[in-house]
Every structure is written in C-alpha cells, then in structure tokens.
Write a protein that binds this ligand. Structure first.
Ligand SMILES: N=CN[C@@H](CCC(=O)O)C(=O)O
Ligand SMILES: [Mn+2]
Ligand SMILES: [Mn+2]
Length: 319
C-alpha cells in the first residue's frame, strides 16, 4: 500500500466563514486530512485531469475542478455525524499520463474502500469514471466469495459510450467499463439519466440499446413523472448489490451549470435531480461516487462549483 501521499495533502482550499454561535460548524472546520487509522466516513479524492476532455476535443479546464469543488464545499453547513476525510489529489501530467493517472486513481479508490470509507472522487473530466470503476473492481476482486453485481447510475446529458477503439477519452468511460465487465464475465448494468437526444448520435443510442442501458432523456424528467422515475431507479438498484453513482455536472441546464465543457441547453434542473439522488443515497447500496466535468475556467460566479458542492452535500447528509 502506498500511503506516502498522506503527508502532502493540501488543505488550503478548506477555508471559509466561522460562526461564533454553538453548533454552527461548516465543512472546512470538520474535514481532516486522511490518517491511516481514520474512522470510516466519506473520503474525498481529487482527480486533477482533463486529458480525456482534450482528446474528446472539448474545452479543457476540468483539471482545476477538484480545488474549485473543495472551495465551494468548504463553507457549507455541516450536518453529518460520521467524519469526512480529504484523501488528496491524483494529478495527471499530460496526455501521455492519462491511463496511468486512471490507474493511480483506481489504486487510491481501492485502498479507501478497503479502509471502509465511501470514496467521493472530485473530477476532472469524465475519464475519471474509468479510474473510479477500476478501483471499485479491484476492491471487489480482492474480497472473498462471489463478486457483487454493480449498478452504474450516471446522471449525464451524454452516454459517454463512444467507441474506445478510436480514442480513449472523456466520451468513452462506460464503453471501456462495458468491455472490462465482458472480459471478467461480469454483467454490465448501466443507467444513464438526463440524456440529450440532440447531443448523442444514433450510433450512441444504438450502443446503449445493445448494452441494455436504462435510458431516460432530459425531457422525460419532469415534476409529474418524478415519483415514477424514482420507482424505476429503485427497481434498477434492486437488481444490483452495490451502486456506483457518477454525476456529470453537465446534466444540469446551462443556466445552473455553465462551467462545463459541453453545457446543456435543456438539462435536468437541480430541483428534479436532487430527489432522484435521494433515492440512490438512501438505498443503502451506495459504494462509490464521483463528480465530473466541473470546469472553473468557464464558470460564472462559481455557479457550477456551488451546484456541484450542493450535490455532494446532499449525497452525504445521511452519514
Ligand atoms: N464527456 C463528454 N462527453 C460528450 C461531449 C460532447 C460535446 O463535446 O459536445 C461526448 O463525448 O458526447
Ligand atoms: Mn456530459
Ligand atoms: Mn459525461
């Protein structure tokens, strides 16, 4: 186990308002750098990488996402019982380093899971997902007995099922995971919610159908259908032993999340996204979370970072 990074965790983003009243803590006052014997809690790990976005010909800048997300989470009110740890960053040193950075992330995620933490990976482009999932896979392979069935729930305007034989990028992680599942003889259970028909080609819809993906398009996620969608999500989760939740912040409409590589004209608003996330959070099966595509370079007044921080806050409220 490589734990030398524990001495170099940068806690400088964790700053903000301090209230003089009792019982008024905020995240920055509670979160601690991860220690080897830390009590189980949430463990944040940054993936400072946008090499996959560059390969996908997108707007780079998501490598700065982890810091912006920590800064936005820092002043939010603390309501948890269980601890939160900062497990540092995985940096990507250019295009040639992307696959190695994903492997380093996998190692960190597997280590955190082995210590009983819920890893929350702060991206980074959506190439983060292949690293996150690989860590989960390694952790499960290290365990005794049959490997549990993993359900992947992706809230995203995009399938990210592009053919990885062309180029591996932020647009291919779930196709890479499907291939990796096939190689291991594992089922590939993937739900992609918030998909824009305008932003995904026919080839991608066909691949999703071939892979039996649970698809709900952006315009289908309405207040009137929210309860039924929640039940469908519960049914999907019911067929899995564990859930890996991946949030591409570009699932939000561009007015709520302008700071992404590919803003969504339609999107799924925070007010509808949050109740669906509650279903996932409260399922008791959530094993791994990541959040992708926050690009502070094109954000407006930290709007996207604040929305992303709010989602992390919401997902961790039950701990
Ligand atoms: N993670 C990224 N995904 C999108 C980007 C789309 C775009 O740049 O327009 C994709 O590859 O489909
Ligand atoms: Mn997307
Ligand atoms: Mn994506």
């Amino acid at each position: 186990m490589n734990s030398s990074y524990l001495d170099t965790i940068d806690m400088s983003p964790w700053a903000g308002r301090e209230d003089p009243e009792a019982d008024s803590l905020r995240w920055h006052q509670v979160i601690e750098p991860l220690k080897p014997s830390a009590a189980p809690g949430v463990a944040l790990v940054g993936f400072a990488c946008d090499a996959g976005v560059a390969r996908n010909r997108g707007r780079i800048g998501a490598a700065k996402g982890p810091r912006a997300l920590r800064q936005a989470l820092a002043p939010l009110a603390w309501h948890r019982q269980a601890p939160a740890h900062d497990a540092g960053d995985i940096a990507c040193h250019g295009d040639d380093d992307m696959e190695a950075a994903q492997a380093r992330l996998a190692e960190r995620v597997a280590e955190l899971m082995g210590q009983g933490h819920l890893p929350i990976v702060l991206g980074g482009g959506h190439e983060v997902a292949f690293g996150s999932w690989s860590g989960l896979a390694r952790h499960l392979e290290d365990g005794d007995g049959p490997v549990p069935t993993v359900g992947i729930i992706n809230f995203d305007a995009h399938f990210d099922l592009r053919d990885p034989a062309q180029v591996r990028s932020s647009g291919t992680p779930f196709a890479q995971i499907a291939d990796a599942c096939e190689a291991r003889g594992w089922p590939f259970r993937y739900a992609c919610l918030g998909v824009s028909r305008a932003a995904n080609t026919r080839a991608l819809f066909s691949r999703a159908a071939e892979l039996d993906v649970l698809v709900r398009e952006d315009h289908e996620i309405t207040p009137a259908r929210l309860e039924r969608l929640g039940d469908e999500l519960d049914a999907f989760i019911g067929q899995c032993d564990l859930v890996y939740l991946t949030l591409d912040i570009d699932v939000l409409p561009a007015c709520e999340a302008p700071g992404v590589s590919a803003p969504a004209a339609h999107g799924v608003p925070l007010a509808l996204l949050e109740p669906l996330l509650t279903r996932v959070r409260d399922s008791g099966k959530l094993a791994l979370v990541d959040l992708a595509e926050l690009n502070p370079d094109v954000d407006i007044d930290q709007r996207t970072a604040r929305a992303a921080a709010r989602l992390i806050h919401h997902l961790t409220l039950n701990g």
